[in-house]
Each structure stands twice: as C-alpha cells, then as structure tokens.
Design a protein around this ligand. Structure first.
Ligand code: AMP
Length: 127
C-alpha cells in the first residue's frame, strides 16, 4: 500500500523491524547512522537500500528533522556503499520515493541504489 509521507512514524514497518533485528536482511554496510542491505525484490543486478537508523518516514521527514550529523552520516554512507561496490565508474542511480505518487511502500526513509546494467530513461527503469 502506498505510504502517506505526512503520517507519524509507524515503528511496526518492515525496516524498523530489520533495524531491531526482528527480521533478517542481507547487510552490506552498517555504521553509527546507517544500515544498508540488499533489496528483497531486486530491480537491477545491484539493488541496495540505504536507510538511516533514526525513525524518519521519508526524505521529507528526514530533511526537515534529522540532525546535521545524521544527514551527513547518511549521505556519506550512500556514497560509500556505491563506491565500495565498484559502481562509480559504470554508474548508478539513486531513488528515494516519497508519498503516494512516488509509490513509496515502506514508511521508513530508504534510498535505492540501482546499478549493474544500463538503467534506461529515468522513470522507465521502475514502472
Ligand atoms: P519503495 O517502493 O520505495 O517504498 O520501496 C520499498 C522496497 O523495499 C521495495 O523495493 C521492496 O522490494 C523492498 N523491501 C520490502 N521488504 C523488504 C525486506 N524485508 N528486505 C529487503 N527489502 C525489502
């Protein structure tokens, strides 16, 4: 179901459960601010989700309320995950869905890193 990104944080969402260790993930990176793991339904050969450890519904929530340290830590982690996976030279795409028109499904901010093949025009890659 599409997420209303204006709603309060729901701590029963699937990424909150992953952060609490209640359900597993295929982790690729973890630091003070951030967890990154493989998407369970990959849309490209490389499809990793990077999430902040803080309770933020969306990019909107995060950009308005997170501390400078959280924002810096998260943004640097996104770059680090892509760099460590060797994705800079071939290229990669970042995607952060926010709210119903974007088809956001999980109400905890996540940035998709998509790579590993030519991804085509911007919106055609994920219809
Ligand atoms: P979005 O539409 O931007 O909210 O994307 C949510 C993403 O979360 C989708 O690509 C799902 O495949 C992915 N997803 C949902 N549940 C899990 C899970 N348990 N582990 C990893 N990825 C998940």
């Amino acid at each position: 179901m599409a997420v209303d990104a204006t709603q309060p944080y729901d701590d029963q969402n699937v990424f909150a459960k992953i952060l609490r260790g209640e359900i597993p993930c295929r982790r690729v990176h973890e630091d003070e601010w951030t967890l990154a793991f493989h998407d369970i339904n990959p849309q490209a050969p490389n499809h990793v989700l990077v999430i902040p450890k803080g309770a933020y519904v969306s990019w909107d929530d995060f950009s308005a309320k997170a501390s400078d340290a959280e924002i810096a830590g998260f943004v640097r982690a996104v770059g680090q995950v892509a760099r460590a996976a060797g994705l800079v030279a071939p290229g990669y795409r970042l995607l952060a869905n926010t709210g119903p028109n974007s088809h956001q499904e999980v109400p905890h901010l996540h940035v998709h890193i998509l790579a590993g093949r030519p991804l085509g025009p911007m919106l055609a890659a994920m219809p």
